[in-house]
Design a protein around this ligand. Structure first.
Ligand SMILES: [Zn+2]
Length: 249
């Protein structure tokens, strides 16, 4: 049974980077009120959870449902990267843990307390942590495609660490992670693991426009993620052309 997804709309998300060396993290607050919109990607196959249809449609996704969906997206990412690494003769070690949190300081990364309203990959502990209430809010307002983008982007940071990729500027690291998130979603759509509903591509597009840096921020500034246009270009380069487009070497 595939998951039935709700109808949601993208809203603005501000980019945020937490302690670049230790934690390559990413999304920050600023979501506005959502309106009903298109369903997001659905995971196919027996592994997907079902039965949430009635709650999704009216945007009342529960924390428990979100956690389940997030963990499904993690499973898709683990299989995806395991296969990709195997194809190049390497063994992939999945990211160790995924940690939902609700309070500022509840989770630390390399001795630094993680703030609310964020999602982050922490290389110091090799885990992804996310503010579950903020993420559920984003999921309701931006759309459920957001969840796959969010997880795909953070997971990509863990893959960059495994590949020993470390750029001089955060913007390079971030745009590559956007490309890898696009490849993760696009390849899984092509293989039939994920199904996109009508409007999902627009949802990605609008969501990416919303996470772009302030146009006045210099591209070389610590914490820069890229303009809306750069982030959109990177994501869709990966989405359409797979990992070859992402410069993984
Ligand atoms: Zn990032």
């Amino acid at each position: 049974m595939g998951e039935k997804a709700g109808r949601r709309r993208p809203g603005p998300l501000a980019g945020l980077l937490v302690a670049v060396v230790v934690a390559a993290g990413c999304m920050g607050g600023g979501l506005d009120q959502g309106e009903p919109e298109q369903p997001g990607p659905r995971q196919n196959g027996p592994a997907a959870s079902g039965g949430a249809d009635s709650t999704r449609a009216d945007g009342t996704t529960s924390v428990a449902e979100f956690k389940q969906d997030f963990s499904d997206a993690v499973g898709v990412a683990e299989r995806y990267w395991t296969d990709r690494f195997r194809a190049s003769g390497k063994q992939f070690q999945p990211i160790r843990r995924v940690v939902p949190y609700t309070r500022s300081g509840e989770v630390s990364c390399g001795g630094e307390a993680l703030p609310r309203n964020n999602a982050v990959y922490c290389s110091a502990g090799d885990f992804i942590a996310y503010d579950v209430n903020w993420s559920v809010g984003a999921f309701r307002q931006v759309g459920d495609a957001f969840l796959f983008y969010l997880l795909g982007h953070e997971y990509a940071h863990g893959v960059q660490v495994r590949l020993g990729i470390r750029y001089n500027f955060t913007i390079q690291q971030e745009l590559q992670a956007d490309c890898m998130a696009g490849a993760y979603i696009g390849d899984n759509v092509r293989s039939g693991t994920l199904t996109l509903a009508e409007g999902d591509l627009d949802e990605f597009r609008e969501g990416l426009l919303a996470v772009g840096d302030d146009p006045n921020q210099p591209w070389f500034a610590e914490g820069s993620h890229g303009t809306a246009e750069q982030r959109t270009d990177s994501f869709f380069r990966g989405y359409e052309n797979s990992l070859d487009a992402c410069g993984l070497g």
